[in-house]
Design a protein around this ligand. Sequence first.
Ligand SMILES: [Zn+2]
Length: 158
Amino acid sequence: MAQAILNTMHCPFCQNSDTKVVDTRISDDGHSIRRRRECPKCSKRFTTLETTMLLVVKRSGNVEQFDRNKVISGVRKACQGRPIKEDDLKALGQQVEEDLRARGLAQVKSDEVGKAILKPLRDLDEVAYMRFASVYQNFENLGDFQNAINELKADALQ
Ligand SMILES: [Zn+2]
């Protein structure tokens, strides 16, 4: 019966093909969804584990699986010397992943990942945000920095 539990379609107890989802949880690493299901025929409950795919299309055209840890390590570099806790980085990584997954797409462009990072990072720390944005948006001169600073200031006044 262990094999039947892996099969998301059939009840492992009575083999009924129609099951109802009673609870859904995304794992901490975001790579799998655990669903608690109930069989409407025999009323027994069981759990299924489903892997969810979120692919990132890089500028080079290469495709790789989304990795929250890569987001976190990229942001961590921008946060060096800033008063940002490891928990803040984890929360940011989770926020970015949830944002991307909420779009319901199987794949996103790496640009979209960068954009999804900018907003929560800005809320977290403006200096780290400027560092990250300067790399991600290819700032080339002081004018680019000045424009980004002006945007931050304009938003702060609102
Ligand atoms: Zn059943």
